[in-house]
Each structure stands twice: as structure tokens, then as C-alpha cells.
Design a protein around this ligand. Structure first.
Ligand SMILES: O=C[C@H](O)[C@H](O)[C@H](O)COP(=O)(O)O
Length: 242
């Protein structure tokens, strides 16, 4: 087996700790992204070793395909109905466990899945932990119809919130316009610092054409931050017990 980079070793440590929370019979949501890949591998290994009986829903086609390759049966979220636990990655995590997600464009399905779960546990490497959200671009999923007018609405919202002249890029991948699993587009907002994530989230939710933004506020119950040496730090919201 090839040796992991320090960042990947940290992601794998967090993934191992998260998968240790899984119990036989659970209904699980499986997140998306490079850290979630480690989590899905660790989960598959536990299922093989212990014969865990789980019901799993995936937050993206990519995770669904990976899980399938590793022998994890995936069901539609609506077939399961409600989940005990969702394990997912994040792009930024603040001290209140508010998150930015959507670096891979999966935040719509991820948010629906996390909102349908009793608990959301995030797995990450230490670089994801920040004091204030916003250094990572904020992904906003928008409908292709009217994307330019939606952009104007978002710009007006940002201006009204004192965030003027912030770049807002239509996401591309491999030289083409990126499409989400739902066929929508992503606008990536470079905001530097989001002083009031709740107000920004409310403002974005009120814009026709915005399908979902990458702010996950008050949704994460526990963050497991791995280190390259294999140790893991648990972060909890002040009002939530682990
Ligand atoms: O859309 C992608 C998801 O929100 C990911 O969970 C997030 O971008 C973190 O991904 P990674 O673990 O690759 O940093």
C-alpha cells in the first residue's frame, strides 16, 4: 500500500473515527468529497469484517458509484425515509460548527440528506478549521434559467450587506461549465469573511433562482478533525453534547 500524504493521513484518521460511530442496524447518509472517500472505504472494511447490516443513502452520484464498487448497497433517501447519522466532509468549519460545503458541488443533496438525519458528523483535516467562514469560496447552486439575473440579485444582496465588488464565478470543470447532479449551475462567491452567515443564508434563500447555498448553519453536531499522526480531535457545538 502506498504511503498517504500528511493531509490524506489526517483525512483517513478522521474517517476511521467517524466510522467507529456506526452501529449495526443504522440508517446512514454518506457524504461526498475526498475525505468522504476515506470514510466510504473505512465503512466498507467494517461491513466486510463485521457483517454490519446498514441502510445507506448517498449524497452524490460519485459516492453512490464508489459505494457500489466497494459492495455497499445504496438506496434512495426517500426509500429509507429518515437517517440516524450522516457522515460528510466540509470545506470550512467554524467554532460553532457552522460549515461551508459544496467544494465538489454536492451541497444540495448533502443538505437535504443532513437535514433528514438525527445527527450530522463531519470529517476533516485541520486545514478546514477556521475562526470565521469565508476564506473558501461560497458555492451557490442556481438554475440555468435566468442565471445572469440571479447573479444580479446576489450582487445586490452582497452590496446591501457591505460585501461590495466580490468576484462571483460560474464554476467550470475540465474547460466546460460545471453541472451539478441535479443539472444546475454553481456560482462561487469569493467573500473573504462572512460576518453574519445566518443573514447571508436567509438572503440567498430568498432569491428566486437560488436552489441552495453551501452554508450549513446549526446542522453539524460533531466534527472529527484528524491529524497526520492518526490522532483525532472532537469538536462539538457548545449547546450540543457529543
Ligand atoms: O460538494 C462537496 C462536499 O461538500 C465536500 O464534502 C466538501 O467540498 C469537502 O470535500 P473534501 O473532503 O474533498 O475537502
Amino acid at each position: 500500500m502506498t504511503e498517504l500524504s500528511p493531509t490524506d493521513a489526517a483525512k483517513d484518521a478522521a474517517a476511521r473515527a467517524a466510522v467507529a460511530l456506526v452501529q449495526d442496524g443504522m440508517r446512514l447518509g454518506l457524504g461526498t468529497g475526498s475525505t468522504a472517500v476515506f470514510m466510504v472505504h473505512r465503512l466498507a472494511a467494517r461491513i466486510r469484517a463485521e457483517g454490519l447490516r446498514l441502510r445507506c443513502a448517498a449524497t452524490s452520484r460519485a459516492t453512490c458509484e464508489l459505494a457500489g464498487r466497494l459492495g455497499i448497497a445504496i438506496e434512495e433517501l426517500d426509500e429509507i425515509g429518515w437517517l440516524d447519522l450522516t457522515l460528510d466532509g466540509a470545506d470550512e468549519i467554524d467554532p460553532d460548527l457552522n460549515l461551508i460545503k459544496g467544494g465538489g458541488g454536492a451541497h444540495l443533496r448533502e443538505k437535504i440528506t443532513a437535514a433528514a438525519s438525527d445527527r450530522m458528523v463531519v470529517v476533516a483535516d485541520p486545514a478546514k478549521v477556521v475562526e470565521v467562514l469565508g476564506a473558501f469560496h461560497l458555492p451557490v447552486e442556481v438554475t440555468p434559467f435566468g442565471v445572469e439575473t440571479t447573479r444580479i440579485h446576489i450582487q445586490r444582496l452582497l452590496d446591501a450587506m457591505g460585501m461590495t465588488q466580490r468576484p462571483m464565478l460560474l464554476r467550470q470543470r475540465d474547460g466546460a461549465i460545471f453541472r451539478t447532479d441535479e443539472g444546475n449551475l454553481i456560482l462561487d462567491l469569493s467573500l473573504d469573511r462572512i460576518a453574519d452567515p445566518a443573514a447571508l443564508g436567509r438572503g440567498l434563500n430568498a432569491i428566486p433562482g437560488v436552489v441552495e447555498h453551501g452554508l450549513f448553519l446549526g446542522m453539524c453536531h460533531l466534527a472529527l478533525i484528524g491529524s497526520p499522526d492518526g490522532s483525532v480531535i472532537e469538536l462539538t457545538r457548545p449547546e450540543v453534547s457529543a
